[in-house]
Design a protein around this ligand. Structure first.
Ligand code: FES
Length: 213
């Protein structure tokens, strides 16, 4: 069945804004979606006095929703301060497009996450934020990763939906209990794979075990 896209999604997909290279970018980030393997790059130029984003460009190796969300979020970010732009989450980009099919919400998450990462890099390189500690396998670091896993039926984070019941860590083995409320094995398979993709690259992880109840 064909997915239903709004007119605005199709407009941004057919005529994306701010797409292309940015030579001499002040900061740049590339990220991929474990849900589909697509990738996006965001580059920003920042006025060091006002800390406003003066220019932003993206390159997408993703689907129509990803291109449309990246296009709209770059439009929304331009002229904003870093602080303001950081608050532009995937939900506001999806809303600006008039909504996205639930199974495509992760595409907007990818665009928003990559922009946030470019901003974070700028802040770290300019002493505006403390460099993040690499590694450190804790319940918090696992939970942070799980925030990027969406329930494909409704396009909301499994953390926000309170589906994560327990995170246990022992000798690099991460045990995650998920409350599903859906008995379709395909559904648990998709969520399980996405959880594993998100968590397995955290430093110190030897194995990820997901249980569903
Ligand atoms: Fe991959 Fe949309 S399906 S970013």
């Amino acid at each position: 069945m064909a997915l239903k896209y709004t007119k605005k999604v199709l407009e941004h997909f057919m005529h994306p804004k701010n797409m292309g290279e940015m030579p001499n970018a002040d900061a740049q980030a590339t990220d991929g979606s474990p849900a589909c393997g697509d990738m996006v790059t965001m580059a920003i130029k920042v006025d060091p006095k006002t800390l406003k984003i003066t220019d932003v460009k993206f390159k997408s190796y993703g689907c129509a929703s990803n291109i449309a969300t990246a296009s709209v979020i770059t439009e929304m970010a331009k002229g904003k301060t870093l602080e303001e732009a950081k608050k532009l989450g995937w939900r506001s980009a999806a809303d600006e497009l008039g909504g996205l099919p639930a199974v495509k919400m992760h595409c907007s998450l990818l665009a928003a996450k990559t922009l946030a990462e470019a901003i974070r890099k700028y802040e770290e390189e300019h002493g505006l934020a403390k460099p993040r500690e690499v590694g450190g396998l804790t319940q918090e670091s696992v939970l942070r990763e799980l925030e990027g896993v969406l329930n494909p039926e409704i396009g909301l984070s499994i953390v926000r939906l309170k589906m994560v019941k327990k995170i246990g860590i022992e000798d690099g083995v991460v045990n995650i209990d998920i409350s599903l409320g859906n008995t379709d094995p395909e559904f648990s398979k998709v969520i399980g794979e996405e959880i594993e993709e998100h968590v397995k690259d955290l430093k110190g992880v030897k194995q990820v075990k997901v249980s569903f109840a």
